[in-house]
Design a protein around this ligand. Sequence first.
Ligand code: C5P
Length: 237
Amino acid sequence: MGKKVLYEGKAKIMYETDNPDELLVYYKDDATAGNGAKKGTIVDKGVMNNKITAFFFDLLKKNGIDHHCLSMPSDREMVVKKLEIIPLEVVVRNIAAGSLAERLGLEEGTKMSIPIVELYYKSDELGDPMINHFHVKAMNMATDEEIHEIERQALKVNEIMRDYLKTKKITLVDFKLEFGRDKNGAVVLADEISPDNCRFWDSDTNEKLDKDRFRRDLGNVEDAYKEILRRLTGEAR
Ligand code: C5P
């Protein structure tokens, strides 16, 4: 086979394919937290995140949001459109948790009156610092138009996912998205949408069904990922 590795990240490996316009993403079971300070494995996470991501991408496509996924050749692999990745982590929050709760001294679980969009500069060395529109433009990461398009799509993704998840008794607390530019310069949703980069709480009990179980050593990590997949697709794994 001898596929060339383009990039190996904390949770995924990107390979070149025979098609110069496409990449192959391989979802690993490795988990990290605190920018790599904590490391571990979540059994079958790669399979579950690949399937959960494909499910959300499908849901978003049906509701008018384009994304980079083209096909799923195996349980752990996704073929995606090659994009020029914009070095931003775009976080949307409905409820205070994690770094927002800490930064503003809010009690975890405090409902925000409107969804909040935050931008972070994607840089492992710097620990993904939070930035604003001025930084994005001053560092030529994206144009005004692109920033507005990114935020429009991020808020639309929030609405679509939040409304759908409500029907599955899951509260969408917050999540992180990444975007890229396609060959025509259009802004396209990239990366993944899974319990690794979303906070999901059971709507009845507020039990955490996401990576916070790993980050905070809460136990039953695999079960939480399995439960999300089960509620979305009915699949056990
Ligand atoms: O840690 P924080 O509260 O800022 O995270 C907000 C959301 O973004 C969470 O859903 C978290 O899983 C996600 N996130 C991520 N990758 C990061 C930072 C945050 O997926 N590097």
